[in-house]
Design a protein around this ligand. Structure first.
Ligand SMILES: [Fe+2]
Ligand SMILES: [Fe+2]
Length: 239
């Protein structure tokens, strides 16, 4: 066998091994896609299977929060208008603009999962908004107590949204909907920031000024209670 023939055989063998490796790679990739399709409810023929229970729950939660955000677009302006302080009014109006973006983001997520944006009545937000309306009706106009109460009402809204978006982000990650998870996480961060801002506004001065509105009757009772508790403790020590 000549050197030339050996060289020719060697090149052919190398080419054969390369081809074989490429074939194996393609087969592995195909296997991965098939197993993913099976777990995502798609059959081997590539056709969409039945919606899973978790997919249905995820969609229902999206519809719920889509309703809530739209309800808030109407409720926040009323709350802002009722504010005593400009700082709280500005905070509500800023969050109104964010809420408009939250609605748009939810529409994007609906698009990602191939569904039309749809709202489903959310009884929880109906109740929380009703409570805010009651606060406006039952507190004195231009009082700091009204602002202190409005902050609590608004924080109840934020906590509801934080719970929903927090859960949706985790479910989206579990179902490998990474783009949807990113979009929902942006909103989650804005809800958390708003909640923190409201706490700051309340603690900085609104609660303190609300406390100065009118005489309190509780302090004496608490002091009296403390005294009797102390004397009871002293009595038990001397026993
Ligand atoms: Fe929101
Ligand atoms: Fe919010």
């Amino acid at each position: 066998m000549t050197t030339y023939t050996l060289h020719y055989l060697f090149i052919n063998l190398k080419f054969f091994i390369m081809k074989q490796n490429e074939k194996n790679k393609n087969q592995n990739a195909q296997n991965r896609i098939s197993s993913k399709s099976a777990t995502s409810g798609r059959g081997s023929n590539g056709q969409k299977g039945q919606e899973s229970l978790l997919e249905k729950f995820f969609t229902d939660q999206l519809k719920d929060i889509y309703y809530a955000e739209q309800k808030l677009l109407k409720a926040i302006p009323k709350m802002a208008q009722a504010c005593t302080t400009e700082e709280l009014e500005d905070a509500f109006n800023d969050h109104l603009k964010q809420t408009e973006r939250h609605v748009k983001r939810l529409e994007k997520v609906f698009q990602i999962i191939g569904k039309k944006p749809e709202a489903e009545k959310c009884e929880a937000i109906e109740g929380i908004v009703k409570e805010a309306e009651t606060i406006i009706n039952e507190t004195k106009q231009e009082s700091m107590t009204r602002d202190a109460a409005l902050i609590i009402a608004a924080q109840k809204v934020e906590h509801y949204e934080i719970a929903t978006y927090g859960g949706l982000v985790q479910l989206a990650l579990t179902m490998e909907l990474h783009r949807a998870a990113d979009i929902l996480d942006k909103t989650l961060m804005e809800e958390e920031d708003t909640d923190r801002l409201l706490t700051e506004i309340a603690e900085n001065y609104i609660n303190i000024h609300a406390e100065e509105e009118g005489d309190r009757t509780w302090q004496k009772e608490e002091q009296g209670q403390d005294e009797s508790e102390t004397s009871n403790t002293m009595a038990s020590y001397s026993m």
